[in-house]
Design a protein around this ligand. Structure first.
Ligand code: SF4
Length: 184
């Protein structure tokens, strides 16, 4: 079975992708989100992810939390969402791929592919590009050879949110960064 490192942006978004990926891969979740502001919010999201993973015995790794690397990555375009978000995706996907390479995984993916609030085509394009850079596979939600229209993990969004409510997981009210908190 291929080893898959799954970047997880938050607990609720992780539920459906992790559940479906576990049927096909040897899965480890990777919580790496230096974009989240402030620290208190980061801790709430991390706790939701850890509580869920512990309960359902999902292996996971928690990456470093260093908001400076996010702020440096986006500083020149911070108030322009259409330019800032791709840099935020790239930062998180690139670190995930580096971690995957270092630890001997075959492939990586991201739970960003489930959210209707994210540009999943952009996430996929960046994932494919980064996969080439590190000679890994990027999983876009479609089983190998499946030519169905690309939808990421979005078909499972409603199911994931329903389970998050049943589990009483913390659900955030903004994407993550300081700018999104301000509605930018
Ligand atoms: S709005 Fe979300 S995806 Fe965009 S930069 Fe902020 S945290 Fe990242």
């Amino acid at each position: 079975m291929k080893k898959m490192l799954v970047h997880v942006c938050c607990g609720p978004c992780g539920i459906y992708p992790l559940k479906t990926l576990e049927e096909q891969f040897n899965v480890t979740a990777f919580y790496f989100n230096p974009n989240i502001h402030p620290d208190e919010e980061y801790q709430k999201r991390l706790k939701a992810f850890q509580d869920y993973s512990d309960k359902y015995k999902i292996d996971y790794i928690v990456g470093d939390y260093n908001p400076d690397i996010y702020l440096e990555a986006v500083e020149e375009v911070a108030k322009e969402k259409d330019k800032r978000c791709p840099l935020c995706y790239e930062l998180r996907l690139d670190y995930t791929a580096q971690e995957a390479k270092k630890r001997g995984f075959d492939a990586f993916t991201s739970t960003l592919l489930i959210s209707p609030h994210q540009d999943i085509e952009m996430v996929k394009d960046l994932g494919d590009m980064i996969a080439g850079k590190y000679r890994l596979d990027f999983y876009d939600g479609r089983p190998e050879g499946d030519k169905k229209k690309f939808k990421g993990f979005r078909p499972g969004f409603t199911e994931g949110r329903k389970i998050a409510k049943q589990e009483k997981l913390y659900e955030q009210t903004y994407c993550g960064c300081l700018y999104s908190k301000r509605g930018l």
